[in-house]
Design a protein around this ligand. Sequence first.
Ligand SMILES: O=P(O)(O)OP(=O)(O)OP(=O)(O)OC[C@H]1O[C@@H](n2cnc3c(O)ncnc32)[C@H](O)[C@@H]1O
Ligand SMILES: [Mg+2]
Length: 197
Amino acid sequence: MKKIIVATKNKGKAKEFKEFFASFDIQAISLLDLPESIPDIEETGTTFEENAALKAEQISERFNTAVIADDSGLIIDALNGRPGLFSARYAGEPTNDQANIDKVLQEMQDVPDQDRHARFICVLAIAQPGEETTFNTGYCEGYIHRNQKGDHGFGYDPIFIPKGYDVTMAELDPDKKNQISHRKNAIDQLEKWLHTL
Ligand SMILES: O=P(O)(O)OP(=O)(O)OP(=O)(O)OC[C@H]1O[C@@H](n2cnc3c(O)ncnc32)[C@H](O)[C@@H]1O
Ligand SMILES: [Mg+2]
């Protein structure tokens, strides 16, 4: 089976990449699967692209092979785009999904229903030895719910209601999330490239 390294230490992301790539007969190997421990990559970029490139390029250089990285986050209109680039560390470091959810819900407390629009973004970077890094972006539109519901998925899924649904992303079956998510929409753009692997 063909293999590709996905430069993430996020368990939830890693699971989704494995599911997506299995349908192309490709095994996704995350940084959590490697026998050696990989130092954390500092996400010092000022855009999702820069952070995705930092992760993909550093791991590609280390293993001299093609690597995919994902920099993603939640963009909330009523919070002027926050948590945005800082989605992982919104309530401080180390990353804590529950603390991040609590902070968003608290900040959104007085925001009326019609102003609760938000979107997930996923920027994928592909770094390959001797080639320019390439980028693909996917979005998923929706709303921030008033409380958290559901145990599937990860991160902000329990407070995000995708547009056209009346349940949170964390209440959806994981296969359903994988049909509509920002990550799915970004990975769809890689289809041709995945076939060349
Ligand atoms: O950098 P890596 O190691 O990939 O893992 P990370 O969790 O730090 O990932 P990011 O830097 O890209 O931060 C993205 C944050 O946005 C959130 N997020 C991203 N995709 C999500 C999804 O599909 N559902 C819910 N939350 C998501 C998630 O909580 C992450 O903490
Ligand atoms: Mg990160």
